[in-house]
Ligand binder design. Structure first.
Ligand code: FAD
Ligand code: PHB
Length: 388
């Protein structure tokens, strides 16, 4: 089989890249080792930057997002006794949207399959070859168990943190940076109307809590927990009572409801450079991970793909390599900005048990909610810096 761009991974990065390439008339095949149901059900991010919404719209998959997505014009930052609102349009002229990653992925898969373009689900043995030639190949075993070869002009490694693409970089050319945080998030999805109009990020001496949402009838909430914590030790009652305790404010009440999904996610920062080797280009979690506090993971994957799509269009349609050569440095500039912002939000909001650090965090929270300059800096990072 032959295609112009072999895309590994049907997450947001791979699927959006395929869609944007198709709009430009560039052929691709998406290879995914999980099933369609699994990929569409994986609960992850929930906040889209304006630039992400614009790009999805431009790619022709914005229709349901505009109908069902919830525009948020700010967030609440909370510390005991204070819940303060940051008004994003007033601070930086932009908003964000609550619309689940599961929905983005579903919209992209539906659009691609409806247009008769290929996604190979449930493949195995994904292996990349000849990346330093202009005829790279991907070999794999298809869902029926038959060995397959995909010949391409370019391979896009959009296979997330655990995928094989990043491991193809020669060790002497690759540099990595990592930070593991001493806490994790216990996340739940619940069939209950959100108890807030916009997200609440709450600092609390017993640990951070976040109230987010997926729709007018589905809430998404998180608790900071120990990374070694087991889900079994968190009954529904314990989860709701800890959320109510950490999110408590004056006479505000947290509404509870049936929990439909729960998981514990460790938190880390990770960056790998360069994001290109020969005819292999990395995008999204394949090259970098951020802790979720800044709501940046999905948006960064989308920003990579916006740059990569332009670079591949210039390379494949016009034989111009300047953008492809500039891709890694351009993407990494944004990656490091988001890495810093995510680390900063994480450091400001999570309790470490160190009394000195708690006072610094409370001072920072007072500052960011009272100084227009500090609030503006948070707002422009949270809503997303311009692509270029
Ligand atoms: P992914 O979504 O990881 O997609 C990669 C795809 O590649 C997957 O479908 C995978 O199955 C496939 N793949 C892997 N190996 C192979 C192979 N060998 N062959 C073929 N295909 C392969 N971000 C937030 O902003 N907020 C959150 O609350 C949040 N929660 C998260 C929870 C979890 C458990 C995780 C893992 C991430 C979370 N993130 C969150 C981050 C965000 O979801 C990611 O940044 C986003 O999914 C990145 O998209 P991606 O397409 O780069 O990678
Ligand atoms: C989510 O809704 O899942 C979510 C929102 C904001 C974050 C992280 C996760 O910072």
């Amino acid at each position: 089989m032959r295609t112009q761009v072999g895309i590994i991974g049907a997450g947001p990065a791979g699927l959006l890249l395929a869609q944007l390439l198709a709009v430009r008339g560039i052929d691709s095949v998406v290879l995914e080792n999980r099933s369609r149901d699994y990929v569409q059900a994986r609960i992850r991010a929930g906040i889209l930057e304006q630039g992400t919404v614009d790009l999805l719209t431009e790619a022709g998959v914005g229709e349901r997002l505009h109908r069902e997505g919830l525009r948020h014009d700010g967030i609440y930052l909370q510390r005991p006794g204070h819940r303060e609102h940051l008004d994003f349009p007033g601070l930086c002229g932009r908003s964000v949207w609550a619309y689940g990653q599961t929905q983005v992925v579903k919209d992209l898969i539906d659009a691609r399959l409806a247009a008769g373009q290929r996604i190979e689900f449930e493949i195995s043995d994904t292996t990349l070859h000849d990346l330093d030639t202009d005829r790279p190949r991907v070999t794999y075993t298809d869902r029926a168990g038959f060995p397959q070869v995909l010949e391409c002009d370019v391979v896009a490694g959009c296979d997330g943190y655990h995928g094989p693409s990043r491991r193809m970089l020669p060790p002497d050319l690759q540099q990595t940076w990592a930070r593991d945080y001493p806490f994790a998030w216990l996340g739940i999805l619940a069939d209950v109307a959100p108890s807030t109009d916009e997200l609440i990020y709450a600092w609390h001496p017993d640990g951070f809590a976040l109230h987010s949402m997926r729709s007018p009838s589905v809430s998404r909430l998180y608790l900071q927990v120990d990374p070694h914590e087991s889900l079994e030790s968190w009954s529904d009652d314990r989860i709701w009572s800890e959320l109510s305790h950490r999110l408590a404010f004056e006479d505000w009440q947290l509404q509870t409801g049936p929990i439909t999904e729960r998981s514990i996610t460790p938190m880390r920062s990770f960056v790998s450079a360069p994001m290109r080797h020969g005819r292999l280009f990395l995008a999204g979690d394949a090259a970098h991970i951020v802790p979720p506090t800044g709501a940046k993971g999905l948006n960064l994957a989308v920003a990579d793909v916006a740059l990569l799509c332009e670079a591949l269009a210039a390379l494949l349609l016009h034989r111009r390599s300047e953008l492809a050569d500039a891709y890694s440095d351009a993407a990494l500039r944004r990656v490091w900005r988001a890495t810093h912002f995510s680390w900063w939000m994480t450091s400001m909001l999570h309790s470490t048990g160190d009394p000195f650090e708690s006072q610094l965090q409370l001072s920072q929270l007072r500052y960011v909610t009272s100084s227009p300059a500090a609030a503006q800096s948070l707002a422009e990072n949270y809503t997303g810096m311009p692509l270029h």
